[in-house]
Design a protein. Structure first.
Length: 171
């Protein structure tokens, strides 16, 4: 993760491979559980850099807590790290920040956040696929692209995609 953060392409590719295997139905259940657990362990280690914040008893996004404390300089990078480590909670927070921005700290439609969603969606993370579908269908920060929006949800259960399409008006 640290090497990927520093722009090391080999590390970014390896991280992508880990995410794909953690999400793939072709991996054994045990392998998926192991990899998802490793990503959770990484998210847990992020707390070590913030000893001033007490950990909640239930797993919670550190980035979300930092947002609540108005610590933008810490919150956004942590949310991105959590997002790359497949945190649904971090994806949700970043989706809100992508659309609305955050005061003077972050303008709406930030390309770094969009890139994070694109990476995790490409690796098969359903949460990211749904966020990107909304972005492309509504033209949030880029031109509306309905075919691309629909293509993102291919392969997901019809029942899930149909209600989502209805919500977005894509029928």
């Amino acid at each position: 993760m640290q090497a990927a953060d520093l722009g090391q392409q080999t590390a970014a590719n390896s991280l992508s491979k880990v995410r794909r295997q953690a999400l793939s139905s072709e991996s054994t259940k045990q392998r998926r559980v192991e990899l998802q657990s490793a990503l959770q362990t990484y998210r847990n280690t992020l707390w070590n850099d913030f000893p001033d914040i007490s950990r909640p008893s239930e797993p919670q996004s550190l980035g979300k807590i930092l947002l609540g404390q108005n610590r933008a300089e810490d919150a956004i990078p942590i949310l991105l790290k959590e997002c790359f480590a497949l945190s649904e909670e971090a994806h949700a927070e970043l989706a809100t920040l992508y659309e609305a921005g955050w005061d003077q700290y972050l303008k709406p439609f930030d390309k770094t956040i969009l890139t994070c969603f694109e990476s995790t969606a490409a690796d098969g993370f359903t949460t990211a696929k749904k966020i990107l579908t909304r972005i492309y269908a509504k033209g949030l920060g880029l031109e509306t692209n309905i075919p691309k929006a629909k293509a993102l949800l291919k392969g997901l259960p019809k029942q899930d995609t149909q209600s989502f399409f209805d919500e977005l008006g894509l029928n």
